[in-house]
Design a protein around this ligand. Structure first.
Ligand SMILES: Cc1cc2nc3c(=O)[nH]c(=O)nc-3n(C[C@H](O)[C@H](O)[C@H](O)COP(=O)(O)OP(=O)(O)OC[C@H]3O[C@@H](n4cnc5c(N)ncnc54)[C@H](O)[C@@H]3O)c2cc1C
Length: 552
């Protein structure tokens, strides 16, 4: 095995590097105070020691058996480790953690060192009725790592961060084989040193594991060009309680239904992905990111559709609607990342509405120049006004910053939630309208009207994704009730409008109720049958992906 890298440290109550400085500039606070309203007093998270957890339910004998398999130093049942694995990073997770009241916590956190230990662990857990929640980077925003025990007597978080090695790089075939716990930055560093890239950059890039990305069918910000993870996974190895599956990294195969695609997106409900073979590419030597301004969202989406039809899409293609463009402009300030964005927006003097798109071209030399020239010509024909590189560079520079700001806004009593979908071009305008209206309606019903904005983030020949962000004052004391109201309204509107319940955040617990609407009752039954084969006692990630079975 070539190398492993230590997992980066994450704030237990929020996002990212604990040492990260605040990002929100003073003028942005002024804007938010006027438009959304801020809490009279800051609401910081409680101290770690104040987080309340239930006592460990797992017997000492079972803990000893777990230690026997992975080594005593790799089984933890202390308070801090349990808190770190008590939730993912969705809005309700953070609300509960900051209040010191997570819904639950694993009885123990177990760190296997590889595939064989995984198999032994899963067999033990199946025999002992111990639920297993696979835990990669823990960045799920859909309740995917919630430590639910279902019908079982206890629950462990199975943290994959020790399984973080690069196993093989086949330069001739442009594939890399890794252990599934490797974090995305560690893999990119390994590849960059060899002139290669995976090209998978979700906004959560700094912390995600590749196994977690595969298990959730993740899409990166440049997936329009590089393909989402389902296009990058060529082979994999999975350990399940009753079996194991190994699929080679073949370039193509007609050997029956696509098992790879059945396991990619299985969200830890069938087994644990232990290894992945991934397609890689030459790293770009040039990155040109630039802004294009459109009169309105309709004109912008039409231009993106043309780019897709003409096979002229750049690696990154994002289009903010009017509300999001307005917000970005208002938040642009005079220092740091925001300052660059502010200066970028000076290009848009005379702005009276309209929508900003970011187009990001990655490649090298002549090939890149030709692609870019053709794409920009098509965009201009579609009414787009190229406004230079500064908006694109500002976006590129700040593309992983938003989650840090979410933490600051929560301290100010502001709810920040994002949700996403995708649909065909023919339905996109109506879906954009109806989901936006549903969120606004739900916020008004809660007595907390707010801002709702959206962007297209991934573009396909037949349609595109829509990514909504909402910002509203928190309903103090009923933050979770407020969130549920909004989530229900948005999910219902998405399904009614012909969108998918998730384009890339996955199903987890939060989207499971809409699965029958998405894949039909027969589809849900087929997934249950597969689960019964691989995980007959139902220990794998209970309560996720599939809707709860109602008895009686
Ligand atoms: C701020 C923020 C921004 C985000 N931006 C994006 C984005 O741009 N694109 C995107 O796609 N997603 C995004 N997400 C969602 C999240 O980062 C992705 O779902 C990511 O793929 C999860 O990876 P992870 O390693 O953190 O997995 P985890 O959160 O640890 O786990 C996610 C799910 O996969 C299962 N799982 C984890 N590892 C394995 C394994 N080895 N085998 C089997 N099952 C496993 C877990 O049980 C869980 O159900 C974002 C999240 C946050 C908080």
């Amino acid at each position: 095995m070539a190398e492993t890298a230590a997992a980066p440290v994450m704030r237990w109550w929020g996002w990212g590097d604990p040492a990260h400085p605040p990002l929100l500039p003073a003028h942005a606070l002024g804007f938010l105070r006027e438009t959304v309203g801020l809490a009279a007093r800051p609401r910081p998270p409680v101290a770690l020691g104040q987080v309340r957890l239930a006592t460990v339910a797992t017997s000492e004998a079972l803990l000893a058996a777990l230690r026997q398999i992975v080594g005593a130093e790799h089984v933890h049942d202390g308070h801090a480790q349990r808190v770190l694995h008590a939730a993912g990073k969705g809005y309700p997770d953070l609300v509960r953690l900051r209040a010191g009241e997570p819904e639950g916590a694993p009885d123990a956190v177990v760190y296997p060192g590889g595939h064989d230990q995984l198999r032994a662990l899963l067999e033990l857990c199946a025999r002992s009725s111990l639920a297993v929640v696979p835990f990669g980077g823990g960045t799920s925003v859909v309740g995917g790592v919630a430590p639910l025990r279902g019908q079982h007597s206890g629950v462990i978080a199975l943290d994959t961060s020790r399984m973080a090695g690069v196993l093989e790089l086949d330069g001739q075939s442009a594939t890399v084989t890794v252990q599934a716990g490797i974090r995305a930055p560690a893999l990119e560093r390994h590849l960059a040193a060899r002139g290669l890239t995976l090209g998978h950059f979700p906004q959560s890039f700094e912390y995600v594991s590749l196994g977690g990305c595969a298990a959730t069918r993740s899409a990166g910000q440049a997936s329009t060009g590089y393909g989402a993870i389902d296009k990058l996974v060529l082979g994999l190895r999975m350990a399940a309680p009753a079996s194991e599956i190994e699929l080679q990294a073949l370039p193509a195969s007609a050997a029956g239904p696509g098992l790879r695609q059945l396991l990619v997106g299985s969200e830890g409900t069938l087994g644990v992905i232990s290894e992945l073979a991934l397609r890689v590419r030459s790293a770009p030597t040039e990155r040109i990111y630039e802004g294009v301004f459109f009169e309105d969202f309709a004109a912008g989406t039409q231009a993106l559709r043309t780019l897709a039809r003409e096979h002229a899409l750049p690696e990154v293609a994002r289009l903010s609607d009017e509300a999001e463009t307005r917000m970005s402009l208002a938040l642009a300030g005079s220092g740091g990342v925001k300052g660059r964005l502010g200066r970028a927006y000076l290009h848009l003097r005379g702005y009276r509405g309209g929508c900003l798109a970011i187009l990001g071209f990655e490649g090298a030399g002549e090939e890149l120049a030709c692609r870019r020239k053709r794409a920009l010509a098509l965009v201009r024909d579609g009414g787009g006004l190229a406004v230079g590189r500064s908006p694109g560079q500002a976006w590129l520079h700040g593309r992983f910053a938003a989650p840090y700001m979410r933490d600051e806004l929560l301290t100010l009593g502001v709810m920040v939630e994002t949700l996403e979908t995708a649909t065909q071009w023919s339905r996109l305008p109506r879906l954009h309208r109806s989901v936006g209206e549903a969120i606004h309606g739900a916020l008004r019903a809660c007595g907390t009207p707010g801002l709702v904005m959206c962007h297209v983030s991934h573009v396909y020949e037949t349609g595109a994704s829509l990514y909504f962000t909402l910002i509203a004052p928190q309903r103090e004391g009923d933050e979770i009730g407020q969130w549920r109201t909004v989530k229900q309204a948005a999910g219902d509107a998405i399904v009614a409008g012909g969108g998918t319940i998730t384009h890339h955040h996955a199903v987890g617990r939060d989207h499971a109720p809409w699965m029958p609407a998405e894949v039909s009752a027969g589809g849900v039954a087929a997934l249950r049958a597969l689960k019964a084969e691989l995980d007959p006692t139902g220990i794998m990630n209970p309560g996720k992906l599939l809707p709860e079975l109602r008895s009686g």
